[in-house]
Design a protein around this ligand. Structure first.
Ligand code: C5P
Length: 205
């Protein structure tokens, strides 16, 4: 069973994907981490994330980079969003994601194009979303806990910019698959969102 979980930044899709993996006993891949590693590698190489050649070179990142705590930073998220518009970068990461999806027994993958491009055959497809305000508020609290000095407004602006870039790119834009079940988490707490997702998967399979 493949479960595809797509949605914008800070929608709760990562939390939901992890919980689904635990509930159904499946391995989980956070595909955003792969794009973040590419963005981080380009930065470490002194390259330009908007340059397709530099971005493709970043795809040769070492596996150890996936454990770098800086991958979770907002800054790296922005770099990831910039490198992810280049089709050769998406192609380079395609095989890696497919291989994970094809594991015996199944997998949960979360990202932006899992249900549309990476695993269109997935048995269950969720599109997790929430208002910009709700997502910014969550990200703000998370960042404050980590001691980061950013304002709510800065986070909202950054989310809007990233949403726009992810939705408008020519290749694999962020759109729900036609057969995806949409879960709006704006008014749900963590447990409610997880329950809704488990129910949706049960219904689909
Ligand atoms: O999900 P996360 O915020 O970690 O993703 C970082 C960026 O990587 C996203 O803003 C998006 O541009 C890109 N991404 C993507 N396709 C995916 C996962 C992430 O384009 N499957």
């Amino acid at each position: 069973m493949i479960i595809a979980v797509d949605g914008p930044t800070a929608s709760g899709k990562g939390t939901i994907a992890k919980a689904l993996a635990a509930h159904f006993g499946l391995p989980h891949l956070d595909t955003g981490l792969l794009y973040r590693a590419v963005g981080r590698q380009v930065f470490l190489d002194g390259g330009d994330p908007d340059n397709g050649g530099d971005a493709l070179a970043g795809c040769a990142f070492p596996d150890t980079l996936l454990n770098d705590p800086q991958l979770r930073d907002e800054e790296t998220g922005g770099l990831a969003s910039r490198v992810s518009v280049h089709p050769p970068v998406r192609q380079a990461l395609f095989d890696r994601q497919r291989k994970f999806a094809e594991q015996a027994g199944g997998a949960v993958l979360d990202g932006r194009d899992i249900g549309t491009v990476i695993a269109p055959e997935a048995e269950a497809k969720l599109f997790v979303t929430a208002s910009v305000e709700a997502r910014a508020q969550r990200r703000f609290l998370e960042m404050r806990e980590r001691g980061a000095g950013v304002t709510l407004l800065e986070i909202q602006d950054d989310l809007r910019r990233r949403d726009e870039r992810d939705r408008s790119r020519a290749v694999a834009p962020l759109v729900p698959a036609e057969d995806a079940m949409v879960i709006d988490t704006s008014a749900l707490d963590r447990d409610e969102a997880i329950s809704a997702a488990i129910e949706a998967v049960k219904q689909a399979t």
